[in-house]
Every structure is written in structure tokens, then in C-alpha cells.
Write a protein that binds this ligand. Structure first.
Ligand SMILES: [Zn+2]
Ligand SMILES: [Zn+2]
Length: 156
């Protein structure tokens, strides 16, 4: 399997924080949980899970926000945009809020989580849905399925 290097730029609402993503996401997701509804001020959050090794902050210093708990949610300290999350116990992946990219138009959410808490009208084209979260064993299959999905989309 060849690793294609891609570069995408992104930033917060005020552009005081700018970053580059140089690797493709390993999966794209939407989360309907009530916490994401609060933090995104919207119906759900959008995520692109990208390797930490492919994520570079070029400008600005994100600050911790949200509940300041085990999952570290990073925001722009000025405009307060929710930029990314470092999941609990995982240091090699960044859960980037996909809409912080300058162009996230092709990052269709492949899976959705916490549909048990979703707003009744909120429907998205995710292929895999979970009432809460997938089991970790199932998540490995999802990563493989996403790789095939993304490759097929790229070849269209
Ligand atoms: Zn900002
Ligand atoms: Zn959530």
C-alpha cells in the first residue's frame, strides 16, 4: 500500500491559529453526542482522525477548553473555535474538527457515533452508524473499510 502525501491547510475563525495536515485521515466521523452539540454549537461535530506525525501548528498556540478533562479539547484562545481533540490515552492521533480545514468538502463523514443522542432531524450520509461508540475491535475493521472507501472516492 503506497502512502500518498497530501497537504491541507486549515485555521480557526480568526486565523490566529493556522495548521497543516500532511497525511490523509484514517477515518472521518460525525458525533451526535450532546457534548459535541454544545461544543460545536450545532447538531453534531465533524472529525478527521489524522496521525499526529502529519499535523503541524504553524501559527498561534491553541488552548485547552471544553471540560478540561481526560480528552484534551483545543481551541483558539482568541476566537474560541474548537480546533481539535487529543483523545484520552491516545497520543499518536489528532481528532481534527474537519471544518477547520480550508477545504473539507470531500471529507464526508464515513461513520457517525452517539446516534442515541442525536437530534431527530439530523441525518447525514454516514455509511456506519453507532448508538454510542464502536467496539475497539470493530473500529479496526472500520479503518480498513474507510481506506477502501476513500480510495474508491479518489478514483472517481
Ligand atoms: Zn481564532
Ligand atoms: Zn461527541
Amino acid at each position: 500500500m503506497s502512502v500518498e502525501v497530501v497537504c491541507r491547510e486549515g485555521g480557526c475563525r480568526c486565523n490566529r491559529v493556522r495548521f497543516t495536515v500532511s497525511m490523509k485521515p484514517i477515518i472521518t466521523m460525525a458525533c451526535h453526542c450532546t457534548g459535541c452539540q454544545k461544543m460545536s454549537s450545532s447538531a453534531f461535530s465533524l472529525s478527521a482522525l489524522v496521525p499526529q506525525a502529519g499535523f503541524t501548528i504553524n501559527q498561534g498556540e491553541p488552548v485547552i477548553g471544553g471540560l478540561h478533562g481526560a480528552a484534551r479539547h483545543y481551541f483558539c484562545g482568541y476566537c474560541m473555535s474548537w480546533l481539535f481533540t487529543r483523545p484520552q490515552g491516545i497520543d499518536d492521533l489528532i481528532n481534527l474538527r474537519a471544518t477547520m480545514l480550508d477545504d473539507a468538502s470531500d471529507y464526508v463523514p464515513f461513520m457517525e457515533t452517539w446516534t442515541s443522542e442525536k437530534l431527530p432531524w439530523a441525518s447525514i450520509p454516514a455509511i456506519h452508524s453507532f448508538a454510542q461508540l464502536p467496539e475497539s475491535e470493530e473500529f479496526l475493521h472500520l479503518l480498513q473499510a474507510y481506506a477502501e472507501f476513500a480510495a474508491a472516492a479518489a478514483n472517481r
